[in-house]
Design a protein around this ligand. Structure first.
Ligand SMILES: [Zn+2]
Length: 179
């Protein structure tokens, strides 16, 4: 069983992530305070039902770092992952951004998530692809990092080198989509 959400292009997702960055960060800041943003999410209008909880690591399967449940409107995060994100660990910060992406994008696309039996969901309708793009765009602002070295971006944005390398190899990210 696969899920299919409303189509969103990389550019749609980039614009959305950028609008969030602009709303919460002073101009020019690279570091996105993901754990503080998560703390404030339920205070934003319309998000009152949303909550998150840190759970003991053994309460989620070994390969799952965090999960968002649409039914409960709840995000569950492994304790060590949450603490890692607060500590600035790139992989853990990306995990929080990814799950926040699931929550916000599903809201953004007016909660249209369909179960479908076909396995060929186009990537722009795939909630996993969308959340992955959102996490990268939220933590690494494409318009600010184009001329910076991968080491610098990883350090200043608080992401892993692997993430920066993966994004550098993704021609969609560093190309200026607005042109
Ligand atoms: Zn996901």
């Amino acid at each position: 069983m696969n899920y299919r959400s409303e189509p969103l292009s990389r550019l749609d997702i980039r614009r959305y992530a950028l609008s969030i960055r602009q709303a919460v960060l002073p101009e020019g800041n690279l570091w996105f305070p993901i754990e503080e943003f998560l703390e404030c999410l339920s205070e934003l209008p319309g998000n009152e039902d949303f909550f998150f909880e840190c759970v003991k690591d053994n309460e989620l399967p070994p390969n799952i770092h965090a999960e968002y449940s649409l039914d409960e409107n709840c995000m569950r995060i492994k304790e060590t992952v949450y603490l890692g994100a607060c500590d600035g660990n790139g992989r853990d910060r990306m995990t929080l951004a990814h799950e926040i992406g699931h929550f916000l994008l599903l809201k953004h696309s007016k909660l249209k998530l369909q179960r479908c039996f076909s396995s060929d969901v186009p990537c722009y309708c795939d909630p996993e692809w969308q959340a992955k793009c959102f996490a990268a765009e939220l933590l690494i602002p494409a318009n600010q990092v184009e001329r910076l070295s991968p080491e610098y971006v990883a350090k200043k944005c608080g992401v892993s080198r692997q993430t920066v390398n993966a994004i550098e190899n993704d021609k969609y990210v560093f190309r200026n989509l607005e042109q």
